[in-house]
Ligand binder design. Structure first.
Ligand code: FAD
Length: 394
């Protein structure tokens, strides 16, 4: 072996890094992947489950192929601490693991304190469903149980958060479901941002044309409190709004383990990195990928981008272990959103390393958005999901 890598978190970023470290080193790098969940459950396309347009089971994937096909050592445990001096990761149930390089890929965790009253008790019934899994199914059930004429409300935190178009896609999916099944019901979108932050014209166009009278969008509505007993959400300015189904998205930050390790050094929320090696600027030999890192300008927190980070860090570490100079990688992103049972829209971008600014910047003239929702893009969306799941996990 030319080196040992330990990875914390087998989501879009960490699992990709594990596979490509093995692949691009021809198996000469020893890779241990620590993940607390037994299965991979995809957030991308989980909004379709809420709209009744996809089976939940299709989101769920095994990790076994990373072991069988690529020789990744899978550890089902939670990483609890890192000794950076001894280069060791501690876990709750599987002992300790030594590394030459560590990759931290835990995704995000909520800052629940950003919504007063959103305590453990309140969270049993008032859901976020922003990490796909049991909450996806539970929220779907709440929507199914809602009588015709009932009100669903979704709060959106100030950017940056996981998946910029995700909340607007969710509103569209749920509005589609209401339109077919309970047309007197409403979707209230309470957005802390000044406006829709992704694909604004496209979403507004669909909402006006297809979901008029169902979706009501309010910008600059920052949810800072909740009264769980009365299912009422409270804004920063003291406005109170009751809904039958409340769906709260508190403020987000790098996954808790990143904070515990001491690599969260941007606004106490995200991990700053060197953009050639994706190494933390706070801790040597520790790299960061995915939602947890402090994104470059106009770079979304997406599964697609986390997958790109995973490949970039794998390439850099292969070069380092081989005694060569790591080179910056071109990064690309596409985020699709399904606006009903068939049609989708997309936004995409290409990010190239700028040696002066020392970070990737959007390449002038690259990327863009759809001209209109289309059935064709709906097919692309579903193909994108199948392709990326395979790229990350098989
Ligand atoms: P994750 O994929 O969340 O992986 C982190 C992993 O780390 C998890 O498996 C977690 O269990 C594990 N972990 C955390 N801490 C520990 C620990 N201490 N020990 C062990 N394991 C740990 N992106 C797109 O590109 N396209 C889309 O269409 C899209 N749609 C979305 C829709 C919704 C509703 C949502 C919520 C998100 C969507 N996203 C989409 C965004 C995408 O899900 C995230 O950006 C992506 O998952 C980030 O990858 P990650 O590897 O950083 O984190």
């Amino acid at each position: 072996s030319i080196g040992r890598v330990v990875i914390i978190g087998a989501g879009f970023g960490g699992a990709t890094a594990a596979k490509y470290l093995r692949k691009w080193s021809n198996g000469s790098i020893d890779v241990t992947l620590i993940e607390r969940n037994k299965q991979f459950i995809s957030c991308p396309t989980s909004n379709e489950v809420l709209g009744g347009n996809r089976a939940y089971e299709s989101l769920v994937h095994g990790y076994d192929k990373l072991g069988k096909n690529w020789g990744v050592k899978l550890v089902n445990a939670s990483a609890t601490a890192v000794d950076a001096e001894k280069r060791r990761v501690r876990t709750d149930t599987a002992g300790e693991f030594e590394y030459d390089r560590l990759i931290v890929a835990p995704g995000f965790d909520f800052n629940f304190a950003s919504i007063e009253g959103y305590d453990e008790k309140a969270r049993e019934r008032i859901l976020h469903a922003w990490k796909a899994g049991a909450q996806t199914l539970a929220l779907r059930q709440q929507l199914v149980d809602l009588p015709d004429g009932g009100v669903y409300a979704l709060t959106i935190p100030k950017a940056p958060y996981r998946c910029p178009p995700g909340p607007y896609e969710r509103a569209s999916q749920i509005a589609w479901y209401f339109k077919q099944n309970k047309p007197k019901s409403k979707v209230l979108v309470l957005d802390a941002n000044d406006k829709i932050i992704s694909k604004e014209k496209l979403f507004l166009g669909v909402w006006e044309k297809d979901y008029a009278g169902i979706i009501e969008y309010t910008p600059k509505w920052n949810a800072t409190g909740v009264d769980a007993a009365s299912n009422t959400v409270i804004s920063e300015l003291g406005d109170r709004l009751h809904a039958d189904v409340l769906n709260l998205l508190p403020a987000q930050r790098a996954g808790d383990i990143a904070r515990a390790i001491g690599i969260v050094n941007v606004n106490d929320r995200w991990a700053d990195i060197d953009w050639i090696t994706l190494e933390s600027t706070a801790l040597k030999n520790v790299h960061v990928v995915g939602d947890a890192l402090s994104a470059a300008p106009l770079m979304p927190k997406s599964g697609h981008m986390a997958n790109q980070h995973g490949k970039a860090v794998a390439a850099a570490i292969v070069e380092i272990f081989s005694g060569r100079e790591p080179q910056p990688t071109l990064l690309a992103n596409t985020c699709y959103s399904l606006v009903d049972d068939k049609r989708a829209i997309h936004v995409d971008s290409v990010h190239r390393y700028d040696p002066e600014k020392k970070q990737p910047l959007v390449v002038a003239g690259s990327g863009g958005v759809s001209s209109a929702p289309s059935v064709e893009e709906g097919l692309y969306t579903r193909a994108w999901a199948e392709t990326i799941w395979k790229d990350v996990l098989a």
